[in-house]
Design a protein around this ligand. Structure first.
Ligand SMILES: O=C(O)c1cc(=O)[nH]c(=O)n1[C@@H]1O[C@H](COP(=O)(O)O)[C@@H](O)[C@H]1O
Length: 278
């Protein structure tokens, strides 16, 4: 999906919601456990319940890898089920020396190799340009680079000063440098919703790039704050919620409750799109 197509979907659906498919087999509603593939049955119901109010889906690969081969099968079926008008993110947080990154890229971007054909993959910047550019060798595919993450440990390295007067921090250097590797039509940055106070600094460096923003819902980030400081004329945000949607209920009504959570976020997003982009 291109930058313009993603932007179009955001304004059409009045939503920049990304539903995180962090599907934990231990948390599935009991009535799904007799299904041949309970994880896929759950994801299918979640997608059916949210596809009109979400513009993106982000399966977190850890949840699938941790189940061995059957997890990869559930992932494949889930990806195939996601409607074509939704952007897809393999949240794998990859990155290694060039030839290895090339194989990570093939795993998520080359359907003739693995069957998987994601729009994008999350990548860690720590190993530098030659660990990231192999993902960009796939035309039309996106890199979503970790910049300032939502967790407490983000302060350990990402907030270290990178200049003598301490005004620039490592996450800012990451964004400044990575911008020279790809344009805003192939590169997004991850910025946690718990970091709303630095969105202004990020928008000063990357005024047009999309930001993937996890951390609303279970991690307590403010949708109001990130929207005020992060929205652009093209939308420019994908705000992810996983647990607060997926596990709103563990009963037979789980999909209805997931829809209610997603709809509430979308309704709020519609008001911010009106306020900050028109
Ligand atoms: O790259 C990510 O998606 C990510 C980056 C980050 O800084 N923080 C973060 O929580 N995430 C992911 O976003 C999702 C958040 O899930 P919930 O806290 O349940 O909404 C998980 O899949 C995390 O792995």
């Amino acid at each position: 999906m291109t930058f313009d197509e993603l932007s179009h979907q955001i304004f059409k659906k009045q939503s920049y919601l990304c539903v995180g498919l962090d599907t934990d087999p231990r948390k599935l509603p009991a009535h799904l456990l007799s299904e041949p593939d309970p994880v896929f049955a759950f994801n299918k119901a979640i997608i059916d319940a949210t596809a009109d109010v979400a513009v993106a889906y982000k399966p977190n690969i850890a949840f699938y890898e941790a189940q061995g081969p059957k997890g990869w099968e559930s992932l494949q079926k889930t990806l195939d089920y996601i409607p074509a008008d939704c952007f897809t993110i393999a949240d794998a947080k990859r990155g290694d020396i060039g030839n290895t990154s090339g194989l990570y890229a093939r795993a998520f971007f080359d359907p003739s190799a693995t069957g998987l054909d994601f729009d994008s993959v999350t990548v860690a910047p720590y190993m530098g340009h030659d660990s990231v550019t192999p993902f960009l060798d796939y035309p039309g595919k996106w890199v979503i680079l970790l910049a300032l993450t939502s967790n407490a440990g983000s302060a350990d390295f990402q907030r270290l000063p990178t200049d003598p007067d301490g005004t620039n921090e490592l996450f800012e250097t990451v964004i400044q440098t990575a911008k020279t590797w790809a344009d805003a039509d192939r590169l997004m940055f991850v910025v946690g919703a718990t970091q709303a106070e630095v969105f202004g600094r990020i928008r000063a460096i990357a005024p047009e790039h999309f930001l993937l923003v996890p951390g609303v819902g279970a991690q307590g980030g403010s949708l109001a704050d990130v929207s005020r400081c992060g929205l652009t004329k093209a939308g420019g945000l994908l705000v992810n919620a996983s647990r607060s949607i997926l596990y709103a209920s563990d009963g037979p009504d789980f999909a209805d409750r997931a829809r209610a959570e997603a709809q509430a976020l979308q309704a709020e997003m519609a008001t911010y799109l009106k306020a900050y982009t028109s």
